[in-house]
Design a protein around this ligand. Sequence first.
Ligand code: F6R
Ligand code: MG
Ligand code: MG
Length: 366
Amino acid sequence: MKVSLTVIKADIGSIGGHIIPGERLKARVRDYIEDKGTKLIHDFRISSTGDDIAILFSHSRGEGDADIHKLAWDAFKAGTELAKEMGLYGAGQDLLKDAFSGNVKGMGPAVAEMEFEERPNEPFLFFAADKTDPGAYNLPLYLGFCDPMYNSGLILSPKMASGFRFNIMDVSYTEGDRVVSLNSPEEIYDIATLLRDNERFVVEKIYSKNSGEIAVSVSTTRLHNIAGRYTGKDDPVMLVRVQGDFPAAGEVLSPYAKGHYVAGFMRGSHNGPLMPVKQNSSISFFDGPPVVSCAAYCVHEGKLTEPADAFDHPFWDYVRNNVSRKAMDIRDQGFSGPAMLGYDELEYGGIVKNMKKIDKKFKVRK
Ligand code: F6R
Ligand code: MG
Ligand code: MG
């Protein structure tokens, strides 16, 4: 059967700052969908990563379905009411528009979706990151899909020998979706040329060239492009089909052992290493470090298994320790140089405002 997976995530309020939404808030979102959504969908799961709540739906209505998006929007609205009642911090933070207009894209929540003919066994990974933006997935996707140092299947499996097609979006273009399609391995230098710039170019979709099937879907929303001001980092979600024509789950996961530096962290204005964490983890040190969680599932006739928490394994404790060290290393230099983001990416206006004031005091020596 044809199945659609849709993940919609939003920060609708959290406890003690931008830390964690808490169980009561998640329960409210879950209850809403159980109450109102069962006819529309095959199955769903609720989880949190940092201060964001994600709803994963399995259904048969395709991508961008207005009813599915409305269900998520209304569930987040119901959650926001409770967040306000409880006095949670940043209640309704990511619901940037007052009225739902058919699709949550461009309204604040992050969305990743894909539709495919279900394989007899259909394993997939659901990633959610907090305190960072969609470019955080660029390097792990490049390595997991283009580099045999990470994806041994590229040389070991004939099914992957022909490589993958990347759709890459220019997220600084706000008039519409500006996208380029590039093939790996033929055009990997072009792919790398774009993906090095995490704040401008973002992987949107990846397809198997062997089967033409969809492998990856990433949320590409840039909140500061929607709201025109700081509303939180974009905290991206991603779906990745694995095994067979696609990389193995462990090949997709392997680049996350790096803890590469990404934009985000405190006030969405710093660089910090991306720490792989368990699902439902909180945020702490310097409102970070940026985190990514991964739940592995199988979907069968639309029904989802229980999640297997991919970063809940002793191996990742070692990685987390290394990433903590990398976080300390960059925090050691405070505001200096690469520790803080460049002007265009600063999510708070303070420095820009201050610069205008200081600028007037400059004098040019003759
Ligand atoms: C980063 C983030 C936090 C806040 C910081 C200040 O994405 O959400 O680091 O930027 O805690 O928050 P406000 O401005 O809400 O006091
Ligand atoms: Mg927040
Ligand atoms: Mg968040």
